[in-house]
Design a protein. Structure first.
Length: 131
């Protein structure tokens, strides 16, 4: 997959996570989902493998607080194109919250470890060495 396509996939996913982190996504009950405290911004990782999920498993894995890797594959067929993306490390642990409710990061102190805050996205950027 060309780097330009990888970056496009990553930008799309980061846009969704940013919108969730800032409390802009609807919750299905007439309100918005709570803001994410110290959400992580994924980096691209093509060595993730597919995993079966439950009905909302794809959403919860995308929103999972500690997921910071993203791997995608594109397959062109005669009548359609399939795009599949997976996150890591694995989340979707039963009986655990998807993310910590709180305000998105406003500076680096709002992020864990040595992560850096992307203020405009409200996401904590994982250092490259963790990829």
């Amino acid at each position: 997959m060309p780097d330009s396509v990888r970056m496009t996939m990553l930008d799309i996913h980061n846009s969704y996570r940013s919108s969730l982190a800032r409390g802009l996504e609807h919750d299905g009950l007439g309100g918005n989902a709570p803001k994410v405290g110290a959400g992580q911004k994924p980096i691209y990782n093509e060595q993730l493998w597919s995993r079966p999920g439950v009905q909302i498993g794809h959403y919860t894995q995308m929103a999972w607080e500690t997921s910071y890797k993203l791997g995608c594959s594109v397959e062109h067929c005669s009548s359609m194109t399939y795009v599949v993306c997976q996150y890591g490390p694995t989340g979707n642990a039963p009986n655990y919250p998807i993310y910590t409710v709180g305000d998105p990061c406003k500076n680096d102190r709002g992020c864990p470890n040595d992560y850096k805050c992307s203020v405009s996205e409200g996401l904590c950027v994982v250092p490259e060495k963790r990829s």
